[in-house]
Ligand binder design. Sequence first.
Ligand code: 5FU
Length: 260
Amino acid sequence: TDRKDQTFESRISTTNHPLSRRLFKIMLRKKTNLCVAADVATSQQLLSLADQLGPHICLLKTHVDLMSDFTLDTTQELKELAEKHNFLLFEDRKFGDIGNTVAKQYSGGAHKVVEWAHLVTAHALPGPGVIEGLASAAQDQERGCVLVSQMSSVGALTSQEYVNGCSRLAENHTYFVVGFVSQSSVSGDSRFILFTPGVQLDKSVDNLGQQYVTPRAAVLERGADIIIVGRGITQASDPVATAITYKQQAFSAYEERVAG
Ligand code: 5FU
């Protein structure tokens, strides 16, 4: 049976990736398939969002290179909040270079992403070396990557052939790839988790090419397992209440989907 029709519970045993298993268990225990994109400029804003929204999310997605005051102390506190509220950390770095370069970008620089982010995004454009480079830098830590198979922005260049290439790469590297960023059901393989950004209730576009669908449409029409919501929550007048709304809509859409 297709990924979309299977419960998260039944999918746990289909994957050998420890982080996929953890994520399925978190989603079931907390009844949330909501990932919040915390695209903020300061540590204080990031940590405050993580603490407030922590109970309602399975995953916190970051772009730490947007922050003006980033230090590794921030990531230490982020790790503690992730443990306190039981969610995972997801740095949307979109690695996209040769293996040797991404290995150094992942483990080094100012951000030392490998030391704190459970998951990272990568573009599949370079081919298998990007995954092998990241995996080599992860060494024996529990880490994984999500391949960007499709994008939410207007005019994205991800053809069907590119999408198929991403799926083949993932199938050949299941020890490291946990799933895809996508806008449609790019894989029926129950091991892979589909993460869908471009989700908002009040808007259908922004002024720089972003395109939105509702949580229900993301899960029921586009095959999302996890919805990624940024400004729809972070810029709401009450982020916690708004996160609860998105969480409930996305999780009931998931329950509806697997009930057939
Ligand atoms: F890969 C992608 C994509 O295709 N679309 C995205 O929007 C990633 N994103 C990220 O999701 C983007 O970088 C933001 O961090 C987030 C969406 O934020 P929004 O405020 O909900 O538009």
